[in-house]
Write a protein of this length. Structure first.
Length: 435
């Protein structure tokens, strides 16, 4: 006897899932109506209705459908998992974690459930939870390389460096050409403040891919050098990965208020909002959210396509450029913008000399360049690459660069964000180009 004969709703559910995946929501709704008529209390119908509602932008409808599915089948793993994932995507992290923990108890051996629970833990920034479930997953599939890589990354993020390196080392011993594991061990050594220990791995990586700019960057670190710039490919991957939950992570977890503060500065300078703004490293568009619509152009530049896609959802920016900010500045004609911003951007760029000169060139007379830096010790070098992988700049050096460029400058010390419950100290620079 076929599965369809024993489960007559199965053909409708398969068809509806295919239609939803293709974006054919109108026909999917009709198919689900047929399925519900055949089995009014089938929780699978309500799960798919929830997926369809979310895809159409009807978030309340998605929650209603999934809650109905869970009410009909309180201990059914797929329904609980879909609800937990929706809660996480809507930044309801406390609820998402509680639901995820429940579904993990209901289906402890289901690898799809495990993947969903780990994803929710990462979205919520709950790395301890992710590590706990990854360890559980490795009891189910002990040799799984993907789970081990993810575990090692999370352990490194939690500063549990020795165990992270042990996991990376085991993966490399099994496959000496595992570039992800080699790169993971390199980054863990750097985060640990022991970049020199990464030299054998960076050498091996460059032997595998001699022209790779990211490998060359880390090889320079391993040799004790401070590269002037971070490779664009490195920051692109980082921000593509975190684009979907960047806003909440930065504002809620890291207490990031810089876009709001700078939006207030811009409004004070231009209360009529009649100006053109270039937002370098616009990310997910937080500056635009706080600034609102202006009587002029708000142009966003970012190296991450994922970030730009998130920023576009706000409907505030007029245009985006998916390009390295140094290239964007070099290719822009003179005197176009009244304000240029670069918030939490130069911490990934490094040497700001060329960027500063080009930004001032494309400002209109009387315009303002507003940017932030993490603070390096005044008794140290002008530019410091920290264990976090971010650059810090010496306050007096940045001030000297601005003065040498012939602009008036004010510098305000501030706390840029919080990490590991500690403030990250930096400063905000407002450079005023003469009329």
């Amino acid at each position: 006897m076929s599965a369809t004969a024993t489960d007559p709703n199965l053909k409708h559910l398969h068809l509806a899932r295919e239609q939803i995946a293709k974006g054919d929501l109108k026909n999917a709704a009709q198919t689900l109506n047929k399925a519900q008529k055949q089995a009014p209390n089938d929780p699978r119908v309500f799960v798919l209705a929830g997926v369809m509602a979310e895809k159409s932008g009807n978030i309340p409808g998605a929650f209603d459908a999934l809650q109905r599915a869970v009410t009909l089948a309180p201990d059914w793993g797929p329904g609980l998992l879909e609800l937990a994932l929706l809660q996480a995507r809507q930044n309801q992290f406390d609820k998402a974690i509680a639901t995820a923990e429940k579904v993990a108890q209901v289906e402890p051996s289901n690898l799809r459930v495990l993947a969903g629970v780990v994803d929710i833990a990462h979205r919520a920034g709950h790395l301890d939870m992710a590590v706990r479930h990854l360890r559980r997953g490795l009891t189910l599939v002990p040799g799984d390389a993907t789970l081990r890589r993810t575990l090692a990354r999370d352990l490194s993020s939690l500063a549990q460096y020795d165990e992270a390196i042990a996991v990376w080392s085991a993966l490399i011993e099994e496959n000496p050409q595992d570039t992800q594991a080699l790169m993971g061990r390199v980054q863990t050594h750097v985060a640990q403040g022991q970049a020199a220990r990464a030299l054998p791995d960076t050498t091996a990586l460059l032997a595998l891919a001699p022209g790779d700019s990211v490998y060359a960057y880390y090889n320079a670190l391993a040799h004790g050098a401070t590269p002037a710039h971070q490779p664009a490919e490195l920051s692109r991957g980082l921000f593509d990965d975190m684009a979907e939950f960047y806003d909440l992570h930065m504002v809620r977890t890291l207490k990031y208020q810089l876009p709001k503060q700078v939006a207030e500065k811009i409004t004070a300078l231009h209360p009529d909002k009649k100006l053109n703004i270039l937002d370098l490293g616009c990310g997910t568009g937080l500056l635009g959210v706080y600034l609102g619509r202006i009587d002029g152009f708000l142009i966003g530049v970012d190296i991450s396509k994922g970030m730009i896609e998130q920023a576009a959802r706000h409907g505030v920016y007029d245009r985006f450029h998916h390009v390295n900010l140094l290239d964007a500045l070099q290719d822009t004609p003179d005197a176009l913008y009244q304000v240029i911003t670069a918030l939490d951007v130069f911490i990934y760029t490094g040497d700001i000399s060329a960027a500063l000169a080009d930004a001032l060139r494309i400002l209109t007379p009387g315009g303002h360049l507003i940017f932030s830096c993490e603070a390096a010790p005044e008794d140290g070098p002008d530019l410091v690459l920290q264990a976090t992988g971010r650059y810090a700049h010496r306050h007096s050096h940045v001030e000297a660069l601005c003065q040498a460029a012939g602009v008036d400058v004010t510098i305000e010390d501030t706390v840029l964000r919080h990490e590991n419950h500690a403030p990250v100290h930096g400063f905000v620079v407002v450079a005023h180009k003469g009329a």
